[in-house]
Design a protein around this ligand. Sequence first.
Ligand SMILES: Cc1ncc(COP(=O)(O)O)c(C=O)c1O
Length: 436
Amino acid sequence: MRDNDPLAAFWMPFTANRAFKAHPRQLIAAKDMHYRDAAGNPILDGTSGLWCSNAGHCRTTIVEAVAQAAASMDFGPTFQLGHPLAFELASRVAGLMPEGLDRIFFTNSGSESVDTALKIALAAQRARGQGTRTRLIGRERGYHGTGFGGISVGGIVNNRRWWQGLPGVDHLPHTHDLARNAFSKGFPAHGKELADDLERLVALHGAETIAAVIVEPMASSTGVLVPPVGYLQRLRELCTRHGIILIFDEVITAFGRVGGATASGQWGVTPDIITLAKGLTNAAVPMGAVAVHRSIHDDIVGNAADGIELFHGYTYSGHPLACAAGLATLDLYHDEGLFDKADELGAYWAEAAHGLRGRPHVIDIRTIGLVAGIELQPRDGAPTKRATELFHACFDNGLLVRATGDIIALSPPLILEKAHIDEMFGKLGDLLERIG
Ligand SMILES: Cc1ncc(COP(=O)(O)O)c(C=O)c1O
C-alpha cells in the first residue's frame, strides 16, 4: 500500500515524528557557518549540526577529497586486506591522541565506538588473566549512543526504559549540582568527591569484578555538565589503583570542542581508551574510531593464538571515503588552527553566554571551550516544553540551537567569529523575553 504523504516513510530518529510531520522544518543546504531552510533563509549553525561539523559546512577540500576517493576506489575491505588511506588516517589520529593511545580501531559512529571500546576493555582484562572482571560502570546522565552497550552504561532512563541492557552494569552519580555550582564559568568548584563513589562500587562488588569505567569527560548530550575541578583526576587515580580500565567517551569533546585535539589532552587526564566520531570527518562521511593504549592492544594481540586476534569489526571500518574525509578534515583543523579557537574565543564566548543571566526562565548558564548550556526553569507540569518552544523560535528566526530536556546547548563550528557569537546570544536573549 502506498502512502501519499511524502513525509510518512522516514521514521525519524530521536524525533517527535507526529509533531515534526505536522510542522516540518527542513534543511536543504549548508555552507560554512550557515544552513539554508526550505525557503532558502540562512540559519546560523549554533550546534555544528549535531556537535559534529567542527570546521563548518561543505568545506571545499573535504568535498574534493571525498569526490576523488569515490572516483578512485569506492570501497575496499579492511578484513584481511588493507588500503593506504586507512593506515594513513590511523597514524594521523594516533598522533593527536595523548601519549600511548596510538592504536586506532575504526568504526562508523559514536555508538559503535562505544560498543567497540567496551568490548576491547573486556577482552583486555581477559587477555591479562583477569577474566573475572566483567562489570562495566557508567554514570547517571551519561550518553553513550544507542547500541546495547551504550544504553546500558548510559544514564538516560528513556534510552533504556523499553530494553533490557547488559547485565552487570552499575553507575556513578552524575555531577550536576545547581545548588552549589550554578552559573559556573569553566570547571565548577564543587563535586570532585563524587568520583569517590567508585570506591563504594568497588567495596560493593569487588575490584576483581570490574572491567571498566566509561564517562564523557564533559557530559554533553544531557545538557553540558562540565566536570568539577579535580573530578576526572580523581577518577583516574581510583581506576589505576583498582586495575580498572578508564574509557573517556570523547565523541563530542574531541577535535577542538574544548580546545586541543582531545579533552583528555587539554585537561591533562589520560584515560586508557578514548572513543571518537563526529568531528573526525567533520561529519562529511560517517566515521568513528577508538584510540587504545598500546599496552592494551599488545596484551590482546600479543597473547592471542595465531590468526585473528580480536573478533570484532565492521564492513565499513576504515571506509575509503570516510578516511579521505578524515585526512582532509585533520588538515583543515591544522591549517586553520581550529584546535586553538576555544582558547582564543573562549573568554568572549563565556562573557556573551553569561550575559543571558537575568533573562526570563534562565536558572543556570555553564560554559567551557566553545560550548554553552543554558538551563531553563521547566514549565509547571510540562517539562521540556519551554526549551522545545525556544528551539523552534530560534529556528524560525534563523538560529539553530539544541534543546535537551529544559536545557539549550550551543556548540558552534570552530570557524565562527565574534559577530556570530553576538548574533547567537542576541537572538537567544530576545526570544527568551518572548516565550512564556
Ligand atoms: C558522548 C557520545 N557518545 C556516543 C554518541 C553516539 O554517537 P552516534 O550518534 O554517532 O552513534 C554520542 C552522540 O551524540 C555522544 O555524544
